[in-house]
Design a protein around this ligand. Structure first.
Ligand SMILES: C[S@@+](CC[C@H](N)C(=O)[O-])C[C@H]1O[C@@H](n2cnc3c(N)ncnc32)[C@H](O)[C@@H]1O
Ligand SMILES: [Zn+2]
Length: 285
């Protein structure tokens, strides 16, 4: 039961930088984020559910240079990272000063797939200790949690076709009866967090914008680093050195590591264990 895109989009201010979707799956945030003004990049470790990511890569070793992104999004992914503290460090590295890490993560939620962890509000605070948390809430609370248990029972009774309607009712009940009832909610299905990489530019107004009275412009107007060419912002995930396009266009070469990262169907595969040793002549410079 992953969140609808709207729930995460509500807390992302318009901007003109690059938004990186960590484990973006089928890329459902692409269109809305482009509408908000961002250049969207989806990095995923696989072609999840037939998705078409811009890059195949591992969130634990991002193939990007430092301080590039205005926004990094982790929607329904933080629980899937085996070493989330490493991912958070990487996010901090690739975010610009004043950039935002926007997280939607389950708490009281069934075990699903490659699912490692659950985070309490305190756990999230600790994990994000190098950031300033500017927004924290839980739109899905106790009704959603009950709904999930009911859905599990329905499925066991072969009545799974009631899943959609049960979800719909529970979401509405949480919306009507639970919003703002407790902050942070101790009985939450999931948490929504906006964490800001400390900026030298002064305080952020995101929280105020969310309250509906001030536009948050000052942190989102720097387009100097934006480059339409993906290659220019990428680096070797192993040594963080520059990458060069191979002469035949079929790979990205790191001269330091003597590795070639393959490009398959137009998608760079930036996984160290998929890279091949560079032999002899290397790509064009
Ligand atoms: C539950 S799906 C969420 C997909 C999407 N964010 C959404 O909300 O619809 C989790 C995603 O995380 C990706 N993922 C898991 N481990 C990853 C890793 N180490 N690096 C990058 N992506 C990863 C999966 O391939 C999958 O696309
Ligand atoms: Zn390298």
């Amino acid at each position: 039961m992953s969140a609808e895109p709207e729930l995460i989009l509500e807390v992302i201010p318009p901007g003109d930088g690059i938004a990186l979707d960590l484990g973006g799956g089928r890329g459902g945030l692409r269109q809305p984020l482009e509408k908000l003004g961002y250049r969207y990049l989806n990095l995923d470790i696989q072609r999840f559910n037939g998705g078409n990511p811009d890059l195949i890569g591992d969130a634990h070793q991002l193939p990007f240079k430092n301080s590039l992104f205005q926004v990094v999004i982790s929607k329904d992914t933080l629980e899937h990272f085996a070493e989330p503290w490493k991912v958070v460090q990487e996010v901090h590295r690739v975010l610009k000063d004043g950039g935002y890490f926007v997280v939607w993560v389950p708490f009281m939620h069934p075990f699903h797939g490659d699912d490692f962890y659950r985070y309490t509000p305190l756990g999230l605070q600790h994990l994000l200790k190098d950031f300033e948390i500017v927004f924290f809430d839980s739109p899905r609370q106790v009704f959603t949690v009950i709904g999930l248990a009911v859905i599990e029972l329905l499925k066991r009774m072969r009545l799974g076709f009631f899943e959609r309607i049960t979800k719909g009712i529970c979401y509405k009940f949480d919306q009507w009866f639970m919003q703002g009832k407790s902050r942070p909610a101790s009985f939450a299905n999931s948490y929504r967090v906006v964490a800001k990489k400390m900026s030298r530019q002064g305080p952020c107004k995101l929280a105020a914008r969310l309250a509906g009275n001030i536009e948050c412009k000052e942190d989102f107007n720097d387009s100097s680093i934006i480059d339409p060419e993906l290659l220019r912002i990428m680096c070797c995930p192993k040594c963080r050195g520059d990458l060069f396009l191979a002469e035949d266009g079929k790979g990205l070469d790191c001269l330091g590591c003597r590795l070639r990262y393959p490009i398959e169907e137009g998608i760079p595969i930036m996984l160290i264990d998929r890279a091949l040793p560079l032999e002899g002549k290397v790509g064009q410079r």
